[in-house]
Design a protein around this ligand. Sequence first.
Ligand code: B12
Length: 339
Amino acid sequence: MDDAKLNEIVESVVRQLIAAGAVSAPAAPAAVSPFPQQNVGQANQPALSPASVPAASIPPTSELQPLTSISLPPASTSSLTIDLPDPATPDQRYKARVKNPKDADALKELIASTTARIGVGRAGPRYNTASLLLFQGDHAITQDALYRDIDQRLLDEFGLFTVQTNVTDGKEQFLLRPDLGRQLSGDAKRALNEKCAKNVNIQLVVGDGLSAAAIEANLRQIFPVIKQGIQSAGLTFGTPFSVKYCRVGVMNDIGEALQPDVVILLIGERPGLGRAESMSAYLGYKPKYGDTDADRDVVCNIFENGGTNPLEAGAFVVQIAQKMRQHQASGVKLKLATK
Ligand code: B12
């Protein structure tokens, strides 16, 4: 949402509060900030802060006048500004918020040493507003990654057609029924039979899993590395496709349907709070019904800037696939074979 839109919303809420008599209109133009302690460089008038709105005096929403019927003193909102800093920028995210720390430098070092949320301070027994907003923002990133589909334009860019698992009732069902996400639907099996090369050396598959954002963040880099790596090793690269509502276990059905030597599944990992771009590559040698995770390998935490770089991960995945073919094994069996 842009600043103008945000201003508009805040302005209309303030107007309603003023109209309902819950707060008094400031005598002169004033900054309105939900972050009173961060009113840096704003008008010298007192800001309308949550503290200046006595909760008991706010009438229920049903009693508020409709916005259209409010006539507003022009001076009270004409220069309404929002001075709330974006809580997700690195300087805000890692800001030490403990008031009067005993050793400010040590606190900064501690904060820099971990991605955990430490040194966030508090307002009485509660989070302060900045921490709460950051938490909510990060949670929204996670929810967004989980609930949306991979951008169709990206799939088109790589010529990937999409098949679906036995999940038929949207993301909620996908989340509640992992078993359905491990089975290709009847239509999917027919589509694979019609469109895909069989008995290839390497079958690459892209699955949404638990984060569409992860695929969007990494596919452009990792896909060409895997494809070229496989081809330059003289191996056959099957017809790649994508699976919607995909769980790792679907590799078994893919193995049964197409009989490749190795299946490589690029899939979105369960997102962390505010970290949605982490992708995994799961690999299995001749996957078949009944195989478990003990028969698979995984290269995890694939993302730029902090994780396994997708270009390097691509090269690593090609190496593992070659090793699997060489030893005709994957997972624990491969580990034992290469001991
Ligand atoms: C959730 C999870 C689990 C759950 C899976 C249950 C479930 N149904 O989701 C549980 C708690 C059972 C689990 C167990 C283990 N896990 Co785990 N797990 C994860 C986590 C947090 C998310 C995985 C994810 O999002 N998958 C994608 C979704 C779409 O897959 P899914 O189909 O819903 O679920 C399947 C996979 O998650 C898979 N899976 C989960 N862990 C592992 C580990 C291995 C080696 C394999 C092959 C598969 C696998 O099992 C699920 C059922 O098929 C990752 C962290 C990460 N950054 O990826 C670690 C992670 C993948 N797990 C890891 C490990 C080591 C294990 C264990 C071996 C731990 C142990 N010593 O017992 C076991 C063995 C797994 C097995 N199934 O045999 C490591 C793998 C490191 C590596 N490169 O080898 C990771 C990366 C965590 C880490 N940073 O150390 N795990």
